[in-house]
Design a protein around this ligand. Structure first.
Ligand code: C2O
Ligand code: CU
Length: 604
């Protein structure tokens, strides 16, 4: 039978060849119908090996992943459902077909990898093709600014609640601080002690929780760490935040609070346990920043939803924890480095694609990226600049004009936008990939929210140049007292994210620092992906980025740094006020949950 088929086939080929005149071959040359996208070893850094492919309508696009990491081929354009027109995950060492290509209208369809957004390319659809065109983003619901709490004693009840996230359809069941996502925004003057009591009324199966006030300086027992001082189901814990540093008021900052439970931080944050905390300065003479309704905190985060608007569970079927040469490690399809929790839908203050009506005046926007994994490079659609006046940890010494503000998980930026001259226009806050040639994990593509600019209005604010920024630690020690190396460890069977070769062990002290001293620390990234390094307890200054003075927006106080593959960053900080255990970790939450955390103790 095989022989018959073969003969028939050869016969057909012969007939086809003979029947085809040379001119006809030219005139009716069929373009290559199918196309192949190849990812070679090291794709996260090198990009797609075939960034431009051409497919004729009805053809098939195959992705061959020869790398040791999972990747996706995801369209930049969204369809009518607000989701990428095509999106496929290709496991390490496998092949997949890009779905829906035959439906696409002819043209260039940009794509990228959701896990490593600097991997980018274009699928060129020629000939035939279908009728699917990219949708223009729409902004259908107003931005919601979370309720503000200003008292000295604040009570937050963690509970399940139905919250509005998407413009239509059912509300989303989430785990909340006090019934909303994000939880209430706490706003307190520096130096005014604040006690926040967190009550755990989450469903029993959620387990014990731990609330960390990210960026703040407070005692180890009030730090909300992974395994100690937990909030058991049905119980509560009072966290004491003096909002002081070495006896003085903490400088005005943009902090946030979130769950920090061992192995469960990614899940608990995804479910909704996140809120903002603003520390304010007393009125500073000569500084006239936008205030009131023109001071807008924006928590940007991403999630994926089911068709009835419920959160997907990307953690189900997650990696399994195993022992590996005396350490914890993970095994299974989502083990490191394939543990990337990316959401399809970007939320601002908990809502998908919101709009904000603004007057044609200056606004202060406090941008926070609370996503588990993704970075955003924020831009405004008309190229209008941001004037960055602060990090999350205080004002910068000097305001910086930027058209793109790249923020990784847990990073914040305090910016002023002047909407004057835009009356009647709608400006979109977007995330676009950073400049070509940028080697780290780039920012994802997204239309984040819209500003609808109305008439101009009286505006008492002024753009500051010099800023009354908090003092930086000085002098900086010339000697590095600790190097933290961020890497991937283990083997094909079991892997973990590591710091100095080890997975996190809450009972192991990885470094000791003496109270009252200044230390200089060095971070190195030996892995193939970017990490975002966060240090608890103190505010630090960035001394060097790759041997050079850091860029102007990194010259203030910081608690979270981008660390690209191969990069070396040095920071300096002073240990004041508190002894005890604190954490240093990657703030990509799956990395944190899968080993990339260490403990340092401040000792007398
Ligand atoms: Cu924002 Cu250790 O965390
Ligand atoms: Cu990381």
């Amino acid at each position: 039978m095989g022989l018959v088929a073969l003969v028939a086939c050869v016969g057909a080929l012969l007939v086809y060849d003979v029947g085809r005149a040379p001119e006809a071959t030219q005139a009716f040359a069929e373009p290559v119908r199918n196309a192949t996208i190849v990812i070679e070893e090291g794709g996260a850094r090198k990009g797609f090996s075939t960034p431009e492919v051409t497919v004729s309508g009805g053809g098939v696009v195959t992705v061959v992943n020869l790398d040791s990491m999972d990747h996706t081929v995801t369209s930049v354009a969204n369809g009518p459902d607000g989701l990428p027109v095509f999106d496929v995950r290709i496991a390490a060492g496998t092949t997949a077909t890009v779905p829906g290509i035959d439906a696409l209208a002819p043209g260039e369809w940009a794509f990228y990898c959701k896990f490593h957004p600097s991997m980018r390319g274009d699928i060129n659809v020629v000939g035939g093709g279908g009728g699917v065109e990219p949708e223009r983003p729409t902004f259908e619901q107003p931005l919601v600014v979370p309720r503000t709490e200003t008292g000295a004693h604040i009570r937050l009840v963690m509970k399940r609640a139905l919250v509005r996230t998407r413009p239509d359809g059912p509300r989303t069941s989430m785990w909340t601080y006090d019934g909303t996502y994000p939880g209430p925004t706490i706003r307190r003057r520096g130096g005014r002690g604040t006690e926040v009591t967190v009550v755990n009324r989450l469903p029993k199966g959620a387990g014990a929780m731990s609330t960390h006030l990210h960026g703040d300086h407070h005692a180890s027992a009030d730090d909300g760490q992974p395994t100690t001082y937990l909030i058991e189901p049905g119980s509560s814990r009072a966290y004491d935040y003096p909002l002081t540093v070495a006896g003085r008021p903490e400088p005005g900052s943009f902090f946030w609070y979130h769950d920090h439970r061992m192995d469960r931080t990614a899940r608990n944050n995804w479910r909704g346990l996140q809120g903002m905390f603003i520390v304010t300065d007393p009125p500073l003479p000569g500084l006239r920043l936008p205030t009131g309704a023109r001071d807008v905190p924006l928590m940007v985060s991403e999630r994926s939803f089911t068709a009835d608007n419920q959160l997907t569970d990307p953690f189900a079927g997650g990696p399994e924890m195993v022992g590996h040469h005396g350490q914890m490690a993970w095994t299974g399809p989502k083990a490191p480095p394939d543990d990337a929790t990316v959401g399809d839908t970007v939320l601002v203050n908990g809502r998908e694609a919101p709009y904000l009506q603004v007057s044609a005046t200056r606004y202060r926007l406090r941008l926070l990226n609370s996503s588990p994994f993704s970075s955003y490079n924020f831009t405004l659609s008309d190229g209008r600049p941001f004037l960055q006046i602060g990090t999350g940890s205080g004002l910068l010494p000097k305001a910086v004009v930027r058209t793109g503000v790249l923020l990784g998980p847990a990073q914040r930026a305090d910016v002023i936008v002047d909407f004057s001259g835009a009356t009647g226009r709608n400006l979109v806050l977007e995330s676009v990939p950073a400049e070509p040639g940028y080697t780290g994990d780039n920012a994802r593509q997204a239309s984040v929210m819209e500003f609808r600019v109305g008439a101009s209005a009286p505006d008492p604010s002024r753009l500051p140049s010099r800023l009354p920024s908090p003092k930086l630690v000085s002098p900086v020690p010339s000697k590095v007292s600790k190097t933290w190396t961020f890497g991937l460890a283990g083997d094909d069977h079991a892997s973990f994210w590591s710091i100095n070769g080890k997975a996190f062990d809450p009972d192991r002290v990885d470094h000791r620092s003496r109270l009252g001293t200044v230390e200089r620390w060095r971070f190195r990234n030996t892995s193939q992906v970017t990490h975002y390094v966060h240090i608890h307890n103190e505010q630090w200054r960035t001394v060097l980025r790759d041997g050079k003075r850091p860029p102007p927006w990194e010259r203030g106080l910081e608690d979270t740094w981008r660390l690209d593959p191969g990069e070396v960053v040095e920071v300096a900080g002073r240990f004041t006020d508190y002894t005890g255990a604190f954490m240093i970790h990657c703030h990509m939450l799956d990395h944190e949950d899968h080993g990339m955390m260490a403990r340092f103790d401040v000792v007398r």
